[in-house]
Design a protein around this ligand. Structure first.
Ligand SMILES: Cc1cc2nc3c(=O)[nH]c(=O)nc-3n(C[C@H](O)[C@H](O)[C@H](O)COP(=O)(O)O)c2cc1C
Length: 185
């Protein structure tokens, strides 16, 4: 069982990196799955540069970056999306990363860790309606981090309760990903 923890921010000075690293550290202490941190900034993904829609690409892509991304996502059974919130919705670069692929997400599971001025909860509600179009099934649980209370003057400092909520999310995500995997076998 492999879970990809996707850091979905490419912004200069992004908060997503510290949040993604924190989630990965917590997850790496568990023995129920292999957890890999996937940083969309590191993939340098093109913006809608594939001429064939991914649902019809089978999956053959023209860009090397898209091919690398496709292989990384294809190798996972489930995901944690670490998402900020831009203008009450999904950050554009993360949506583009999702839109570039289709079958690679299918019959897998996702849980969300959100952060933002309002804890990113609207972005997660936005995501829930989006991911299902590629047969990606979301957990009920989510982790919410607030820019004012979880990021102090010294930087990112979530309390124990938030760390525990990451564990709760993974407790739900891993069995869900395992159950859904049977649809791909
Ligand atoms: C373009 C933009 C729009 C934003 N819109 C919202 C918003 O609608 N609601 C919110 O709670 N925070 C909003 N924020 C604050 C972000 O949630 C916060 O900056 C967060 O750290 C963004 O993630 P990042 O640092 O990984 O890019 C916005 C930030 C940016 C840059």
């Amino acid at each position: 069982m492999k879970i990809g923890i996707i850091m979905g921010s490419i912004r200069e000075g992004r908060n997503g990196e510290v949040v993604g690293t924190w989630v990965h550290e917590i997850a790496s202490g568990r023995d129920d799955a292999e957890y890999e941190l996937l940083d969309i900034a590191e993939f340098d993904l093109p913006l809608l540069a594939e001429p064939t829609p991914p649902s019809a690409a089978n999956p053959q892509y023209e860009n090397e970056a898209t091919r690398r991304w496709s292989q990384a996502i294809d190798a996972c059974d489930g995901f944690v999306f670490v998402t900020g919130e831009y203008n009450h919705g999904i950050p554009g670069a993360f949506k583009n990363a999702f839109d570039l692929l289709a079958p690679e997400w299918g019959n897998k599971a996702v849980g969300f860790v959100s952060y933002g001025a309002d804890s990113g909860t609207r972005a997660v509600e936005h995501w829930r309606g989006v991911v299902i179009n590629n047969y990606l099934h979301s957990t009920r649980g989510q982790v919410v981090l607030n820019l004012f209370t979880d990021f102090g003057e010294q930087g990112f400092a979530p309390d124990e309760r938030k760390a525990k909520s990451v564990g709760n999310l993974l407790d739900e995500l891993v069995p869900l990903a395992g159950a859904i995997k049977t649809l791909r076998d």
